[in-house]
Design a binder for this molecule. Structure first.
Ligand SMILES: CC(C)(COP(=O)(O)OP(=O)(O)OC[C@H]1O[C@@H](n2cnc3c(N)ncnc32)[C@H](O)[C@@H]1OP(=O)(O)O)[C@@H](O)C(=O)NCCC(=O)NCCS
Length: 120
């Protein structure tokens, strides 16, 4: 674990790695709201892949192996901009790193999704 004031993480994943996941597999990693959001799109695998990248990038930013993927929830504001839901669990984790702000960005194309997470 490392303690810095500004922490950045990035992750890129191939979208087709999510092709054969079972419902149970999705539920182990993604929250109900993430599953509902992703499945509201025809190309839902891009969405799942983007969320997965955010979770990986968040862990990379904090370098903290206590973090549980299913407890990181990505939501969207009214303009569609993604953010990490500030649950008590997430607040406690980032407080331990002397941080209070999280910024998230996601992009995807046909084959890959990528996400960057900045924790300040
Ligand atoms: C957001 C936008 C840049 C996406 O670009 P794109 O090249 O089509 O798609 P990308 O794959 O790069 O990005 C898609 C991701 O952008 C993110 N995104 C969507 N809207 C966003 C916004 N307003 N701000 C920041 N990020 C946004 C989402 O995370 C989305 O992925 P997700 O749905 O899986 O979470 C583009 O759709 C755009 O300019 N939209 C207008 C934004 C806006 O201001 N809308 C106002 C609505 S009233």
């Amino acid at each position: 674990m490392c303690y810095n004031n500004n922490m950045i993480g990035i992750d890129i994943e191939k979208i087709n790695r999510f092709e054969h996941w079972t419902d149970e597999g999705y539920r182990r990693i993604f929250t109900d709201k993430e599953i509902e959001y992703a499945r509201s799109y025809e190309n839902c695998l891009e969405r799942f892949c983007g969320f997965y990248c955010v979770k990986e990038a968040f862990v990379k930013a904090l370098d903290d192996d206590r973090i549980i993927f299913s407890k990181i929830e990505i939501l969207h504001n009214e303009n569609g901009k993604p953010y990490i839901n500030r649950t008590p669990y997430i607040n406690e984790i980032i407080r331990d790193h002397f941080a209070n702000k999280i910024d998230v960005s996601i992009s995807h194309c046909k084959d890959y999704a990528v996400a960057v997470v900045l924790v300040e």
